[in-house]
Each structure stands twice: as C-alpha cells, then as structure tokens.
Design a protein. Structure first.
Length: 371
C-alpha cells in the first residue's frame, strides 16, 4: 500500500530556507493577504516527494529539504496553500499556476513552454465510481530536474501510479518517465471506464430488444432504472472524452519540433503511442455515444409499445362489453309495454342475448389478431 506522506505546516526556525521571498504571490488571483507567511500546523497531507536513492524510490515524509531536491523525480502537490506553493517555488525556481490560472480553457494558457519548465494543464475525470462523475484540472510541470504535479482533486490514477513506481523504481527514475507513466495510467483508467460502459450498454440492449431474453423474463423491465443507467453512462462517456482530449493535447504539445531537445527519443516514442491510443479511444467514445442514443430511443419505443398494448386491451374490453350493456339497458327501461317483461323465459333470454352479443365481438377480434 502506498504510504501517506505529508508536509506539516508550522512556524519553524529554518523557515527562511524553505519558503520563497516574501510577497511572491501577493496580488495573484485566488490567494489571500497572508502572502509569504509562515507554516501553520494543520496535519494535512499536502506535498509528496518521490526521490531515487541507491536504485530505490523513496517517499519523503515532510517538507522538502534542499538536499532531497537533488534526487527528487516527482513532487506531488495536493490542494496546496500559498505558503506551500511558495516553498516549492523557492526550491524549483519557477512559478506554479494558481487555481484560477488552471481553470483557463485556452490552449495558449494551458500548454506553455517556458525557459525553465514545460507547463501543461489538462482535465481529468475524478469520482468516477460515484453517482456523479466530474472532471477537475491537473497541472504537470516538467522541469530539468523533476516533475511537479499540482491538483485539487484525487484521481485514482495518481495513487495507482505511485504504487507502481514504488514497486518498480525504474518507472519513476526521472521527470520524463514520471510524466509518461502518469499519462499512461490516466489513459488506462479512462479505457477501463469506457470498457465498463460498453459492457453495460450491451447488457441493456439485449434486455430490451432480444426476444429470447424477453421470453425468459418473469416480470416487467425497470425502464426508469435503465434510463438512469443510460444517464450515468452518458456522463461517464462525456467525462472520458474530455479527459482524452486533454491527454491528446498534451501529447501533441510535447511532439512539437521546437521541444525535441527537451525530451528523449524514448519519451517521445511513448507519447506518440499514447496519442494514438487516445485518438482511437475518442473514436470509440463517439461510437458509444451513438449507441446510447439508439438505446434511449429503443427504451422509449418499448415503453410506447407497452402503453399501446395496454390501451388496446382496454379498448377491446370496452367494445366487447358494449353490446351486453346495450341489451341490459334495453331491458332495464321502465316501460309497461315490454313484451318480454312478464315472459317466463325473459330473464334467461336476456342473459343469453348478452352472452352472445359479447362472444361475437370477442371472436371477431380474435380472428383479426387483436387478442
């Protein structure tokens, strides 16, 4: 299991060695007035540092001292405060994006090549196992020394990759491999969700349309439940497509000619493969979106068919019982001069007439196939 590693915020005597100069973030959107302040003890897990030492990947257990930066390959910031950002910025020598800057949607703001780092922001799916999946922004900052990730959500792909990296240190021996590994894990998670949606859609279409399934059914289908499943599948597909588009843009950005000298050939090859996988998965999400539309129309069509069957049944019943009702109404009139009123066989005759008047329309409807 991946060990939890945190930075404990407190006021200490070595603060000047851990925090960037006072006022670096002052005036930046999304940050309060306490710019350049001290660390306060909160007990939150904020900064996780993965460093390669003697061929083994070690996880830091607190703030990042300067000597650990030499071997750090991945620094993960989860919901950082201003002070925590200042601390990491002072060690890296580059500015981290704010929460508001991460929400920008233009590619020119989300994919930036700086002299000291490559900054890439993308949307990834979070809470995918819950009732309401959503997307949140994650920033990858690739520096010459290590990879830095800034996030305000907890995609499961991060914990999965961290566990793999601890088991295989070679997969996180530098920032480029950490970036490639994280992107691949994010893509694998999206692919898993797409596969589950595809399987669920296959089950629903057989339950709704397959005649052999309908013959073995013991009760009516839960169409309301199916519509809710379709809604969740549609949400998963939409969130998956947004994640795939972001991953594809990052790969396309890193494949730019002017960035060739910043990445190794093996990394560029992995990214090309990743971009191809993302493109094929996006095409598959389009196919699944069409399937969802088809199954929605099929479910609504089956609901209409069943409603029409119910209406047809009651219509036939009303027509069958209309002639007997007419006979009963005729003999129920309050007139003295009704020939059969005092007849000895008048009552059996009325019953027989009503039965025949009901049987004839019933036989006719059976012959026409209405029943």
């Amino acid at each position: 299991m991946l060990a939890a590693v945190g930075v404990w915020l407190y006021g200490g005597t070595d603060r000047e060695n851990l925090i960037a100069p006072r006022g670096r973030h002052c005036g930046r959107p999304g940050h309060g007035a306490g710019c350049g302040g001290s660390f306060f003890h909160t007990g939150r897990i904020v900064i996780s540092t993965y460093s390669l030492q003697a061929g083994q990947l070690h996880v830091g257990d607190g703030f990042i001292p300067a000597e650990r930066m030499a071997s750090a390959t991945w620094i993960d910031l989860l919901r950082p405060t201003v002070e925590e950002e200042l601390h990491v910025e002072g060690l890296l020598g580059c500015e981290l994006p704010t929460r508001e800057e991460m929400r920008e949607i233009e590619d020119s703001r989300r994919l930036v090549a700086r002299a000291d780092a490559l900054l890439m922001t993308t949307s990834v799916m979070v809470q995918s196992e819950s009732e309401y999946p959503r997307v949140d922004d994650v920033t990858f900052i690739l520096t010459p020394h290590c990879l830095v990730t800034v996030r305000y959500a907890e995609p499961r792909a991060f914990s999965l990759y961290a566990g793999r990296a601890l088991a295989d240190a070679a997969s996180c021996e530098d920032g480029e491999r950490a970036l490639s590994g994280l992107l691949e894990t994010l893509l694998e998670r999206v692919a898993d969700h797409i596969e589950r949606v595809s399987d669920d859609l296959d089950q629903m279409v057989h339950a709704v349309l397959a005649p052999e399934e309908g013959a073995r059914r013991t009760g009516p289908l839960d169409y309301a439940g199916m519509l809710r499943r379709l809604e969740r599948n549609q949400t998963l597909i939409a969130r998956s497509r947004a994640s795939l588009m972001g991953l594809s843009r990052i790969c396309r950005f890193l494949a730019r000619t002017e960035l060739e000298d910043r990445l190794t050939s093996s990394t560029r090859s992995r990214l090309r493969t990743l971009q191809g996988d993302a493109h094929s998965l996006m095409e598959h999400t389009g196919f699944l979106a069409n399937n969802i539309s088809f199954e929605l129309a099929a479910i609504l069509g089956m609901v209409n068919i069943e409603q029409n069957g119910i209406i047809k049944f009651f219509s036939v019943v009303s027509v069958v019982f209309l002639p007997p009702t007419l006979v009963a109404s005729l003999y129920g009139m309050n007139f003295d001069l009704i020939p059969e009123l005092h007849w000895h066989f008048g009552y059996p005759w009325a019953l027989l007439l009503m039965a025949l008047s009901a049987a004839l329309p019933y036989a006719w409807f059976r012959r026409l196939g209405f029943l």
